[in-house]
Design a protein around this ligand. Structure first.
Ligand code: F6R
Length: 610
């Protein structure tokens, strides 16, 4: 979603801002802009579309200013347009702000500000901040930080915000509440951003502001304050990512690079988990006794992470025999779920900052549940607000469509299911060890899938012009189908739905006619024969069947026009192997349809608004 960068130093800042905004492009956005201090005034430039467009416009301008802020906007209040793009300025144009998050009481504030004579240029919630700041600054001229702190006292909602003022050369003030802000010192400059990735060219030592904290940046130093304006000593986080992580590493797109990283994700997520022959997840934050008491599990998440939850339900109920519900966080948070102190809530979120998932965590904790987070981002709000956490070890995921993070989630949830089964005594130690070893073997099996993708490309070519597709499976296979369908629709804009195959004749089979694509997860399982019967019914009506099947299955060729083989694994591990060809299938169709696989339209990497 929206992204913030800011820099103050001794060199012209235009290029730094553009490079920082480019690093944030992966989050998804529809417009971009900068505000740069120049000759005692502020130059604000913004445009609809990609950062490259903004860069061309800036190239034509003689901007030498050494302090400025920039933003990529993903529209929430007001359509994507130049006037709605950030930065937003005060009436006198001497203050400019960039903001991530949502100001919930903006309508009320806007009305009050208009009544006091402020004139609004945009439809955004953010613009109220610029006008509030203008009023607050008039009360404490020369102290932008205090003005920002006071202005924010009127605001209800979430914000990561950075501001500059023409009257304070070289100063950036920033603050956060429920929307990340990171700050760091480079060699000769100070930097602010909403995401560490925008800073890693400049510094590896950053401060992640806590909710309520503010920072004042000058070219020489950064000073930190709490919400009452008292100076504080922040905690510095060292980031040890390789810059290459943010690059494509020779792949044509980030999505393909990330799909190919999945064997490593499996290995890293499992590393160190089997200690002295016993499965161990120390970070769980729950004692053996507390784990043993758990009698109900809720998995809460959104989108792809929700699909990982569907797989978790199957495994937790299968192995640990604990009733498990999976629910999208946006529903869970509003429906008064039945929670007791023996309920475990597992919150799954790649970004660790999804607004609905965070709200559901807070709600579950108020109701007395233990909350366990599964996230990819160290120190993210989901990690901080949960009782315990497993990090998925996927490393930064850049492509908007989640692939390696999904796999990391599935592996982590599989570990959790095994741990619950081990604790409850539902699986013997020997069974847990065997399953753990086979889970580890999937890394090599994924490598084999990635090695030969011809059948996937052929199937994609056959389906590329379809208007719609159905993904069907049974048992754990149907859970994989939901993710396969989501991947296809989000990056190729081809409409796709997933169904438990047994449901076909209760409605969806009406869609089938000649050439209608039916993608089946038809790997070896106890319900394989049932699935084949369902597929025969589709085939009889002309469906173009693409089957993901187990190596050696020759029978399936009688009904499927395209067969994509995956190595033979135990049924419980097919989510790991079968989702890889489905990711590649979606990507191949998206490319054939001319889509941008890394940055699909309308989507954001991190959904920080409700
Ligand atoms: C799809 C995708 C989204 C996310 C969803 C939740 O490829 O990535 O559906 O899974 O927005 O995001 P997180 O996992 O960050 O909470």
């Amino acid at each position: 979603m929206c992204g913030i960068v800011g820099c103050t130093g001794s060199m012209p800042v235009k290029k730094v801002l553009v490079e920082g905004l480019k690093r944030l492009e992966y989050r998804g956005y529809d417009s971009a802009g900068v505000a740069i201090q120049q000759d005692g005034a502020l130059e604000v430039v913004h445009r609809v579309g990609k950062v490259a467009g903004l860069e061309s416009e800036l190239a034509c301008r003689d901007l030498r200013g050494t302090c400025g802020i920039g933003h990529t906007r993903w529209a929430t209040h007001g359509r994507p347009s130049t006037v709605n793009a950030h930065p937003h300025a005060s009436c006198d144009g001497r203050i400019a702000v960039v903001h991530n998050g949502i100001i919930e009481n903006f309508a009320e504030l806007r009305e009050q500000l208009q009544a006091r004579g402020h004139v609004f240029a945009s439809e955004t919630d953010t613009e109220v901040l610029a006008h509030l700041l203008e009023e607050a600054y008039a009360e404490c001229p020369g102290d932008l930080l205090t003005a920002l702190r006071r202005a924010l006292q009127h605001v209800i909602g979430a914000y990561g915000v950075a501001a500059v003022c023409a009257d304070e050369p070289g100063v950036i003030a920033c603050a956060r509440k429920d929307s990340p802000i990171v700050v760091g010192r480079g060699k000769d400059a100070s930097y602010v951003a909403s995401d560490i990735i925008a800073l890693i060219d400049a510094t590896r030592d950053v401060v992640v502001l806590e909710d309520g904290q503010l920072a004042r940046l000058t070219p020489e130093s950064i000073t930190y304050f709490d919400e009452r304006g008292r100076e504080i000593e922040p905690e510095i986080t060292h980031v040890d990512w390789d810059v290459d992580l943010a690059e494509k590493g020779g792949y044509p797109d980030f999505m393909l690079k990330e799909i190919h990283e999945q064997p490593r994700v499996v290995r890293d997520t499992l590393a160190g988990r089997m200690v002295g022959g016993e499965l161990s997840i120390d970070e769980l934050g729950l004692s053996y006794e507390e784990l043993n008491l758990i009698d109900r599990v809720y998995v809460i998440a959104c989108g792809t992470s929700y699909h990982a939850g569907l797989i978790a339900k199957n495994l937790i109920e299968r192995w640990a025999r604990i009733p498990t519900e999976v629910e999208v966080a946006s529903e869970f948070r509003y429906r008064n779920p039945i929670i007791t102190p023996s309920t475990l809530v597992v919150a799954v979120s790649q970004s660790g900052e999804t607004a609905d998932t965070l709200a559901a965590i807070r709600d579950a904790r108020i109701r007395g549940a233990k909350v366990f987070g599964i996230t990819n981002v160290v120190g993210s709000p989901v990690a901080r607000e949960s009782d315990g956490v497993i990090y998925t070890k996927a490393n930064k995921e850049i492509a908007v469509a989640s692939t390696k993070s999904f796999l990391g989630q599935v592996v982590s949830l599989t570990l959790l299911a095994l741990l619950l089964a081990q604790t409850k005594g539902r699986l013997t130690t020997a069974q847990v060890r065997l399953l753990f070893r086979e889970l580890g073997d999937t890394a090599e099996q994924i490598e084999r899938i990635l090695h030969d993708t011809e059948a996937i490309d052929e199937a994609a070519y056959a389906c590329k012009d379809a208007a719609s597709a159905l993904f069907v499976g049974r048992g754990i296979g149907s859970a994989i189908c939901y993710e396969g369908a989501l991947k296809l629709k989000e990056i190729s804009y081809l409409h796709a739905e997933a169904y438990a195959a047994g449901e076909m004749k209760h409605g969806p089979i009406a869609l089938i006619d000649d050439g209608f694509p039916v993608i089946a997860v038809a790997t070896e399982s106890p319900v394989y024969d049932k699935l084949v019967s369902n597929l025969k019914e589709c085939e009889a009506r002309g469906a173009l069947i693409v089957a993901i099947a187990t190596e050696g299955d020759e029978e399936i060729k009688k009904i499927a026009r395209h067969v994509i083989y995956v190595p033979k694994v135990r049924d419980c591990f097919t989510p790991i192997t079968a989702s890889v060809p489905l990711q590649l299938f979606a990507r191949a169709i998206a490319l054939l349809r001319g889509c941008d696989v890394d940055q699909p339209r309308n989507l954001a990497k991190s959904v920080t608004v409700e």
